[in-house]
Design a protein around this ligand. Structure first.
Ligand code: ATP
Length: 321
């Protein structure tokens, strides 16, 4: 009997070249700082999450043999950064034929200022080609149809909302990571399979102070609000505190983070999303083991924060054991 076709994940989102100064502390207003080091790295939440799905589901010496097929949908400019970003995704097993190359435009840039002592980062985005994707490009989801569509908010919001509508029309489940946070129309939440957001994003989208997320009852209240808006599975990532999840089926838990020596947190959230997506794409809505998915994602993200770098700090499948 022929093996069933491999599940397919599409990631619609940003690709950025990360320009990364490492500093002794984040600069204060008016302060000029000298960095101790400077790095460049392929990034963008979309590309990082695609890379996470690719790496967490395959081994580097058998890129074609992943547990899932993963494709990146996005746009780059016609500069040398575009080639770096495309080849980095390809080296993670991600299909890049859905990438649009825009003549005369720049590829997206992210300036990521890393505070060396804490590993915390602050980020400035220049979207450039990422903002050239318009709603008309996603009147329907591109073929082949994915089994799960992952999106973030580093591309135009109207494009994300159109892709969300196209996915709903095609009954394709969506995992939305609303980062960076922007207020969404309430109908965007209706029928959303998975909402994964960090504390800051959760507070902004829920319209409450971040301190409301300090304890489990507060987390429960905020997660309930998203469930009431129509989301099936809500996951709030809490950095070093771990993760809180709640589902419309009534499951919820606060799962602590793994204790690791933190080197750099860049791409922690993206690793989490990629790992969770791999569990979600293989489950039907009725038998999804969200607890298992969150615990696996917590483990994968803990490895990422214990290493330097962004996309390339995400572990491969064999490093998870
Ligand atoms: P980023 O934008 O830095 O990629 P994020 O803000 O989207 O991350 P976080 O909530 O900071 O997301 O982290 C995502 C997950 O990564 C956490 O839920 C946890 O599993 C893991 N993680 C983050 N920080 C730590 C830490 N200090 N120790 C262990 N695990 C961590």
């Amino acid at each position: 009997m022929a093996a069933p076709p491999r599940k397919r994940i599409a990631v619609l989102g940003s690709l950025n070249m990360d320009l990364v100064p490492y500093v002794p502390h984040h600069p204060l207003p008016g302060e000029t700082l000298t960095s101790s080091r400077f790095g460049t790295a392929p990034g963008g939440k979309g590309a990082n999450q695609a890379a996470a799905v690719g790496r967490l589901s395959r081994s580097p010496d058998a890129l074609a043999d992943g547990d899932v097929d993963v494709a990146m949908l996005g746009a780059v400019g016609s500069d040398p950064y575009a080639d770096v970003l495309r080849s980095s995704l390809a080296s993670c097993g991600v299909a890049t034929d859905g990438l649009r190359v825009l003549d005369g435009q720049r590829t997206g840039i992210a300036i990521i200022i890393v505070d060396e002592p804490s590993g915390q980062n602050r980020i400035i985005l220049s979207p450039e080609a990422n903002h050239a994707l318009v709603p008309a490009d996603f009147a329907a989801l591109p073929d082949p149809r994915p089994d799960l569509l992952i999106m973030q908010l580093e591309i135009r919001l109207d494009t994300v909302l159109q892709a969300l509508a196209a996915a709903k029309a095609a009954s394709v489940p969506v995992l939305l990571n609303p980062a960076p946070a922007q207020t969404l129309p309430l109908d965007a939440y209706v029928g959303l399979a998975h909402l994964i957001l960090n504390e800051t994003e959760a507070a902004i989208l829920a319209g409450c102070p971040e301190s409301d997320l300090d304890d489990e009852p507060g987390l429960q209240r905020v997660a309930s609000l998203f469930l009431e808006r129509g989301v099936a599975n809500v996951v709030v990532t809490l950095g070093g505190r771990g993760v809180y999840y709640a589902t419309k089926a009534g499951k919820s838990a606060l799962v602590p983070a793994h204790k690791v020596d933190v080197v750099e947190t860049t791409a922690a959230g993206d690793t989490f999303v990629g790992s969770y997506a791999l569990a979600a794409v293989h489950a039907s809505p009725d038998d999804f083991d969200i607890d298992g998915a969150v615990k696996a994602a917590n483990r994968a993200a803990a490895i990422t924060v214990s290493r330097r770098g962004s996309q390339l700090s995400i572990p491969w499948k064999d490093e998870l054991e």
